[in-house]
Design a protein around this ligand. Structure first.
Ligand SMILES: [Zn+2]
Length: 269
């Protein structure tokens, strides 16, 4: 009977857990933890958790990178952090204004929430509409969620938290205001949504693939050793880093040309 009980429990888990994101931080480098989301689109099944967030446990405290898609996620993230370390959260860094990255801000109003000026501007313009759309897409998971604007404007350069020197870069290929963070201590590059893995790019706010490609070239020139959630089984493969970037650089211009031809021929008819 035990297996039947287990089966029953696993089938009924979402109800029993009352919309629990079940966040499980995974250590990807020294002091560095990743919360990996689904590669699906926003859906009631995933509560909008299609994002990878992260946190770095530095000497003075925890630096959080993106806060997730809802108040509930932000609160769950804080609990997940507290299960790893007793240190306080001291800073939030937002990579860009998209809803899955910023709507957990409500759970971090006691610490500085940093973003590029452009990100704050976009969130001010689009935040309420994006939140409304999220309510429509994932329903109850969003309960109580409101847009909280960043409280600190980030500028490019190096910001140090203990012995973690974080190199902040201001890029723009994905939304026009994209923060990229390179932790010089660990070599981990937090590329936000400038790099997608096993998922197509999302482009609604993008200023275009030319900008995006130039950002990719910038990323290629950085001395990173690990990028976001790429599984370890690939990182050991020779040239995987080079080939990943090269394939994106090759494939997207070709894709863009194909699309443009089609639009032209339709327009001429
Ligand atoms: Zn995005």
């Amino acid at each position: 009977m035990r297996w039947m009980l287990l089966l029953f429990m696993s089938l009924s888990l979402p109800v029993l857990a009352d919309l629990d994101y079940s966040l499980k931080p995974r250590q990807i480098a020294e002091d560095t933890w990743l919360l990996e989301g689904s590669t699906d689109n926003f859906a009631k099944a995933n509560g909008g958790n299609i994002v990878n967030t992260a946190f770095i446990v530095t000497e003075p405290g925890v630096v959080v990178i993106d806060t997730g898609p809802s108040k509930r996620y932000g609160e769950a993230m804080r609990k997940a952090i507290a299960a790893i370390t007793d240190k306080p959260v001291i800073q939030v860094l937002l990579t860009h204004h998209h809803p899955d990255h910023v709507l957990g801000n409500q759970a971090f109003t006691d610490v500085p929430i940093g973003a590029l000026a452009g990100t704050t501007g976009l969130l001010r313009q689009q935040g309420d509409a994006m939140a409304e759309n999220m309510y429509r897409l994932v329903g109850d998971w969003m309960r109580g969620t409101e847009v909280v604007l960043p409280t600190r404007t980030l500028t490019p350069g190096v910001q140090s938290f203990g012995n973690h020197d974080l190199h902040l870069l201001s890029l723009g290929g994905h939304t026009g205001a994209d923060l990229v963070i390179l932790d010089r201590k660990t070599g981990v590059l937090f590329a936000g949504d400038l790099v997608f893995y096993q998922r197509a790019l999302t482009t609604p706010n993008s200023p275009g693939l030319a900008v995006w490609l130039s950002d990719i070239a910038t990323l290629q020139g950085l001395p990173w050793t690990l990028i976001g959630p790429i599984p370890e089984r690939f990182t050991g493969i020779s040239l995987s880093r080079y080939e990943l970037i090269r394939s994106v650089s090759h494939l997207y211009p070709r894709y863009e040309r194909t699309q443009m031809t089609r639009v032209d021929s339709t327009a001429n008819k």
